[in-house]
Design a protein around this ligand. Sequence first.
Ligand code: SF4
Ligand code: SF4
Ligand code: SF4
Length: 346
Amino acid sequence: MFSEKIIDIARKALEKGEVGGVVMLRKTAPDAATHTLISKPEMLDDADPLMPYFPGNGANFIRKLTKLAPPDKKILAVLRPCEMRATVELVKLAQIQNENIIYLTFDCAGTIPRKEFQNAEIPDGDTFYGGDNFEKIRPVCQSCDISRADTADIGFLAFEDGAPFVAYTDAGKEFLNNLDVEFSEDIPAAKYGAIAEKRAESKKELYAKLDEQSAGLDNLMNTFSHCINCHNCMTNCPICICRECFFESEALDFEGDAFLELAERKGALRAPTDVMLFHLGRMTHMATSCVACGACGEACPEDIPVEQIFKWVSENVQSQFEYVAGRKWDEELPLKTFREEELEPR
Ligand code: SF4
Ligand code: SF4
Ligand code: SF4
């Protein structure tokens, strides 16, 4: 019972007063779940951290809980690896205050597109981890080769035999010791390695498809041709944090003559008027910190593979800086750092 192992830790931590709350995925209806801040042990009955459901990136919730001031009592946050990586980016961007948060992540078997659950029950995490569900999970999950995050304090290595807990930090060690929870000092990577290989292969196929279908402005415009410019992708992205968004400001409102001039220049002006400007602008803002979580794609009413495009572009951009968003606490954000040798021709 994988999920129960994590829930047990949460229950013990609440009962012993080690934490004042636990952030965990919890069912709110048979076909829906949300990240929930739970402070009473009995409310853990409907919790299931491993259920294959992605209501949005949990880092958004950690940001909400800590942005003004971190809590006085500790909170245990149970996050997927891509949520943990977004959390690391948000700490670097001064959006999350880490004090008093204990992070627990687990080997992630991926999640199923949310729309599959409209009026259908979400399977529980244990049933899901017990089966081969590779074909059912989201394309970003099939091609996710970072589905274990050692930036957390505690890891639950669900892919390995015995599914051990490991402590990545001293805070994690102390936390597990206080709860009398056994943990391993070693970090086995046997099964994880095989899964990562399969996903790396899948990523190669995905990128080859995108190279063919979406590279170049014309292809990109085709990919976004159904976009209704609703900005759901932006609203749900954990990394889109500007207080005032240029694309939602009045800067893109023009007088009629200006629109007419644009139409005359091109022969015709389509509505919505600034779709590509929005996506290309967002891409330039996002590319160094995108963690390929797919929250944007899950929120798209037009089924545009926006998360695949952002993953593909961002990985290319990040590789230019030898950076992987959220991989390490001490890697500086590429655009906040300047090194003289960057100017040397490669
Ligand atoms: S993108 Fe990776 S870490 Fe995130 S839900 Fe999918 S498999 Fe898990
Ligand atoms: S752009 Fe999409 S995939 Fe990237 S971090 Fe934002 S929501 Fe996640
Ligand atoms: S969520 Fe989809 S339709 Fe809405 S702006 Fe983003 S890509 Fe366009």
